[in-house]
Design a protein around this ligand. Structure first.
Ligand code: GLA
Length: 390
């Protein structure tokens, strides 16, 4: 993205040169809905990001501008509460969490823009939260460590956007590393960078360009089902704290008879936690065929058992699952729309994209967008180019 634009716009609007920071969106190779169950995830930060331009003010006011909507929003640091409008909440939420830690910030002007498509399951909201948390930490020298920044951003999503998300998106946005995925243990928060080495293959995202309304309420419902299952198992196994500690045998014994739906949801998660560990071995030994199979299994589970897919996502996976140039495909992220992630032979990408775009549009009367993802670094300061005077 050309960062000259935001710099110029900021100068025009606020009459001052800004500092600039970026936080990326993410993909997740496998391990879906496992983060809030204390399992593992395998995300990577991508080459699409949110850019935040910021400068300090002398008062306690905060002036925000979202270039995407050409909208402005102002508030006073002594009066932080959620608003009707969606986008300021991500910033308000971060400020509120910083204040809760008794860290001192002053007023600021902030403008943001980015190239992460919204509603695509690429975590554009986490990228806003992380870029703002990162920017405020730098501007006001708050000394917050990276893991705490992740928690601040996650809490902002919980308390100001109302989605009880796990830690994956914010973690990937802050901790991303070029050409690496991150195997994160969401229980201990230990993590390991895994090189992404896909000789002859690449990850391609196909964006359904739909986001069904259900997304955030269903997300919180699924989470509640998982917690219910854990509660029932815990009555007999007090040492159990999350689905990470649960086996299928425990579910068979203590959940199945009580509630079939809760059972099916929990079983998928226990299997997915196991699947991720095997997928990491696949990546390490470069067994892309096996990795691809596991991606397809994940999709099957997310669609039929966990029920967070939708017609459009299922269609895209169906269309490629028997194609010998595609080793794996699945819906990615929270679900109910957004992208599928596909492991595709490099030389076949162009033709596959063309065929799929045509058939998807014919079937749903919707555009299909595709992205070949590059894996990039997490949150960072952007060195500003000198503005050319005209
Ligand atoms: C959303 C949430 C994440 C994670 C995924 C599903 O992206 O924000 O925390 O739960 O869904 O894996």
């Amino acid at each position: 993205m050309n960062t000259n634009n935001i710099q110029e716009k900021f100068n025009l609007m606020f009459g001052k040169a800004p500092s600039l920071y970026r936080s990326p969106g993410r993909i997740n190779i496998i391990g879906e809905h496992t983060d809030y169950n204390e399992g593992f995830v395998l995300p990577a930060a991508i080459d699409k990001a949110v850019y935040v331009a910021i400068s300090k003010r002398d008062d306690q006011q905060v002036h925000l501008h979202a270039t995407k909507y050409d909208e402005t929003f102002q508030f006073d640091l002594s009066d932080i509460k959620p608003t009707e409008k969606q986008w300021p909440n991500y910033i308000l939420g971060v400020v509120a969490e910083i204040q809760k830690k008794n860290l001192k910030i002053g007023g600021f002007n902030l403008m943001f823009e980015g190239d992460i498509p919204g509603g695509a399951g690429l975590s554009s909201s986490a990228a806003i939260e992380c870029s703002v948390a990162f920017a405020l930490n730098e501007q006001f020298s708050l000394g917050i460590d990276k893991m705490t920044l992740v928690h601040i951003a996650q809490k902002a999503e919980h308390n100001f956007a109302g989605v009880m998300c796990g830690i994956m998106d914010q973690f990937a946005s802050v901790f991303g590393k070029k050409d690496h995925a991150i195997m994160l243990d969401c229980k201990t928060l230990e993590y390991k960078y895994v090189p992404i080495n896909l000789p002859g293959y690449t990850f391609v995202l196909f964006n359904t360009n739909v986001k069904h309304n259900l997304a955030s309420s269903a997300y919180n419902d699924r989470r509640a089902s998982c917690f219910k299952g854990v509660e029932w198992v815990k009555e007999h196994h007090p040492e159990v704290n999350s689905l990470r500690d649960v086996t299928i045998a425990m579910l068979d014994e203590h959940v199945k008879a009580k509630d079939q739906d809760v059972y099916v949801k929990c079983k998928f998660i226990v299997e997915e936690i196991e699947r991720l560990q095997l997928a990491c071995i696949d990546l390490e030994v470069n067994d892309l065929v096996s990795l691809g199979k596991r991606m397809l299994e994940t999709h099957e589970g997310l669609s039929k058992a966990y029920e967070v897919s939708c017609e459009e996502l299922d269609y895209l996976v169906d269309q490629v699952k028997d194609n010998s140039n595609v080793l794996g495909a699945r819906m990615m992220g929270g679900g109910f729309g957004g992208c599928t992630i596909n492991l595709v032979k490099e030389e076949a990408v162009e033709e596959l994209t063309a065929t799929l775009t045509k058939s998807y549009t014919e079937k749903f009367d919707l555009e299909l967008t595709s992205y070949i993802v590059k894996i990039e670094n997490g949150s960072e300061t952007v060195k500003l180019p000198e503005l050319q005077s005209s």
